[in-house]
Ligand binder design. Structure first.
Ligand code: ATP
Ligand code: MG
Length: 294
């Protein structure tokens, strides 16, 4: 009876594209890697999942399209509880696109074009539609020049971009990225984040979840941040509230974003005019100008 009511509640709650309820998982049936994770992703939100090495971020992400099956708990994607038969898994993988931490786990075809086309081909699209999707995805990631290259000859960063293009070609409305910027140079990282931002702007129905160690990236880019520690989400909310919480940051073996750390110092010095913490160095300099060197 209660389960039925939960289902109804979630269907009504159209704001949440993903809802994870009390998720438990162990690889070896001896040690829990996920210990009762509760998590919601709101429609249109960009969420960062931060946590130290081994916290369980990848394990959680791999549950979101059924690549791992929970030992206990439920996952709701856009109003439907995930089930694990072939048909349901095919459906969920059209909606939830996961970019793996290691691109070598993602790229399977020998030539870049073939690899990016694989998802659209499996969707049963026509040849013209497949070509169009691949062209758009390569263009979004700015790698049209890699189209005919052999995948195994690419650099790690280039492989990462191909893996991301392959997922974008599926046009998922829930985009999940595991360490999206690792292996990319600063300009490519920024391009990727800008691409994600513009995809979100074009499509109100898209949600993005990125797992990362990079607290600077999480702070600047995300609308919401979740901190994972030893298989549990220990805090989630506004980036400044979560990443500015010294106790949570320290106990989770993370570092406070530099901008926030400096701002907290300035706030103490210039406490007459506290406002919203700055998100970037440019905003921080403005706060300093306004408060310290008037
Ligand atoms: N395939 C596997 N088989 C057994 N144990 C695993 C497997 N994958 C991960 N683990 C273990 O599960 C725990 C969580 O790993 P996970 O990869 O989810 O962490 P993570 O937060 O993504 O770490 P990182 O930041 O290093 O990517 C670790 O203790 C890891 O050793
Ligand atoms: Mg990981």
């Amino acid at each position: 009876m209660r389960a039925h009511k939960d289902e109804e509640d979630i269907k009504r709650d159209a704001e949440n594209m993903v809802e994870v309820q009390d998720l438990w998982f162990s690889y070896d049936k001896k040690k829990w890697v996920l210990k009762g994770v509760d998590m919601k992703l709101k429609r249109g939100d960009k969420t960062a999942l931060v946590g130290s090495t081994g916290a369980g971020k990848t394990t959680l992400l791999l549950h979101l399209n059924g690549l791992l099956t929970p030992d206990k708990g439920k996952i709701n994607i856009s109003g439907t509880f995930l089930s694990y038969n072939k048909k349901a898994l095919t459906e969920v993988r059209k909606r939830v696109g996961i970019v793996f931490q290691n691109p070598n786990d993602q790229i399977v075809a020998p030539i870049v074009f073939q690899d990016v086309a694989l998802g659209p081909v499996n969707l049963g699209l026509t040849e013209g539609e497949v070509k169009e999707r691949v062209k758009r995805a390569l263009n979004e990631i700015n790698i049209e020049d890699l189209r005919d290259r052999k995948a195994h000859e690419l650099s790690e960063g280039e492989k990462k971009k191909v893996a991301i293009a392959g997922v974008l070609a599926m046009e998922p409305n829930i985009l999940v990225l595991d360490e999206p910027t690792s292996g990319l140079d600063p300009e490519s990282s920024e391009d990727l984040l800008n691409t994600i931002d513009s995809l979100c702007e074009q499509n109100d129905n898209m949600s993005v979840l990125a797992a990362t160690h990079d607290v600077e990236l999480a702070y600047e880019w995300a609308d919401r941040v979740m901190v994972m520690r030893e298989g549990e989400i220990v805090k989630s909310g506004e980036p400044y509230a979560v990443l500015g919480d010294e106790a949570v940051i320290k106990s989770s073996r993370l570092a406070m974003p530099r901008v926030l750390k400096i701002y907290k110092g300035i706030e103490m010095m210039a406490s007459e005019n506290p406002g919203m913490p700055p998100k970037s160095v440019e905003e921080l300099l403005k706060v300093m100008r306004d408060n310290l060197w008037r």
